[in-house]
Design a protein around this ligand. Structure first.
Ligand code: HEM
Length: 409
């Protein structure tokens, strides 16, 4: 191993094991990018891409696709014959063309921009209801009060998950996300797999229930695609409904929390956005860049290729560190500065290319509504704890709690 590769390996080791890296992984990412933006790791058998051009290339180039990256890529051996439905080989996130193209077309046909835009008044009403439940504005946890409950209610209603059932999904999603965390312990892995099956059973029952009693939700619409036109398999139906739910809950929860934290840590920008709400969309996207809810995803090399003289063999797995790419000075000026007026159009928080996130518009809409209403409802917002805890996950980045004090406007 060259000196650079050896040093990069040590950085990676710290990234996966040092508790400080959970609080602030960005200095380690910077070292990794400088030492080796394409690093052949030893600690787990993958390539680690940490630079913007490298990650962007992997997202947009057809020789990088999906195969074994979820079963092997995060350092855990997950058997594909066990379902883990939404992560299974039937899930859109793990498909290549032509199946990916077919599934994306079908889902996009049902989950249209208009369907999302039509949800705005309802999301506003839900946000108002949830914030209205805050009893003591002088000390409340935003993650509990709003950041988790809003996405779970929105996706629950979209897919027809009754409100009474929604509460159980917070712990389940946090546990299941450990499957994509290279620092996950064997015990947590066992729990994550078991929780996957709990969630899978829930959604199997929901599908059966909607077949008996159709509704106007997205689950029923997808069942109709399956039963009417036979263009989606039963396994794909389950995986799709689960990926829509799971993909949208923890991620949106995280960005709502990180957005409010970042603004409170930058009072001048909080004041600016309070005074001029046209800055809200920029603040949302800058948070997606600055604290990407998914720090890394993965690809499998489908055709051997050479990038900048580095040879990648067919079957190699690549961890694409978009959280690091989004801080790459080769792409963003002063990347470690939070700046809501920055042009962030090209950040990679939703990936890029064919697997670009289906829920991006919904996540942006929800987060923007959440911020507007928080600003409308509370003045003198302040952090009770200046250094809130991040959930212990090296891949899914979000706050555990965010204790705030404020006064009702
Ligand atoms: C801030 C919130 C969100 C973030 C940061 C996020 C991030 C991502 C990323 C990085 C990917 C690409 C994964 C890969 O290529 O390996 C992705 C794909 C996906 N996301 Fe999201 N997501 C968010 C919200 C949502 C929501 C609200 C939904 C559902 C309504 C959703 C559903 C999906 C689906 C179905 C895919 C698979 C797309 C494909 O493979 O073509 N996401 N998301």
């Amino acid at each position: 191993m060259s000196d650079n590769a050896g040093a990069a390996e040590q950085v990676l080791q710290r990234l996966f094991t040092d508790p400080e890296a959970i609080r602030n992984p960005y200095p380690l990412y910077a070292q990794l990018r400088d030492l080796a933006p394409m690093h052949r790791a030893q600690i787990i058998p993958v390539w680690v891409f940490s630079g913007y051009p490298e990650v962007d290339h992997a997202f947009r180039t057809v020789s990088f696709g999906k195969r074994d990256e979820l079963t092997r890529g995060f350092g855990h051996e997950l058997a594909d014959d066990q379902t883990y439905a939404f992560m299974s080989k039937h899930s859109i996130v793990r498909q290549n063309p032509p199946d990916h193209t077919r599934l994306k077309g079908l889902i996009s046909r049902e989950f249209t921009a208009r369907r999302v835009q039509n949800m705005a008044p309802h999301i506003e009403a839900l946000t108002k209801e949830l914030l209205g439940r805050v009893e003591d504005p002088s000390d409340f946890d935003l993650m509990n009060a709003l950041a988790f409950n809003l996405p779970v209610r929105v996706l629950g209603e979209l897919l027809g998950v009754p409100e009474a059932d929604q509460g159980q999904f917070r712990d389940l999603t946090i546990s299941i996300t450990k499957l994509i965390d290279p620092s996950c312990s064997p015990e947590m892995l066992v729990k994550a797999k078991a929780d996957c099956l709990v969630m899978e059973r829930y959604f199997l029952d929901l599908i059966a229930e909607r077949r008996r009693k159709p509704s106007d939700d997205l689950t029923t619409a997808l069942i109709n695609v399956r039963d009417g036109e036979d263009r989606i398999t039963e396994d794909e139906l389950l995986a799709t409904i689960m990926v829509l739910f799971f993909g949208g809950v923890e991620t949106t929860t995280s960005v709502i929390g990180s957005l409010v934290l970042s603004l409170l840590q930058h009072p001048d920008q909080l004041a600016a956005v309070r005074a001029d709400r046209t800055l809200v969309p920029g603040a949302v996207d800058e948070t997606l860049r600055f604290q990407s809810p998914i720090q890394a995803t993965a690809r499998t090399v489908l055709e051997s290729s050479v990038i900048d003289g580095v040879e990648l063999a067919e079957g190699d797995i690549v961890l694409t560190y978009l959280g690091s790419a989004n801080r790459d000075p080769r792409r963003f000026t002063d990347p470690d500065t939070f700046d809501i007026r920055r042009e962030t159009g090209q950040h990679l928080a939703f990936a890029a290319g064919m697997h670009f996130c289906i829920g991006a518009a919904l996540a942006r809409l929800e987060t923007g509504i959440a911020l507007n209403q928080i600003l409308d409802r509370f003045v003198d917002l302040a952090l009770i704890d200046d250094t809130p805890d991040w959930r212990p996950n090296a891949t899914a980045r979000g706050l555990d709690t965010l204790r705030l004090s404020g006064t009702m406007a």
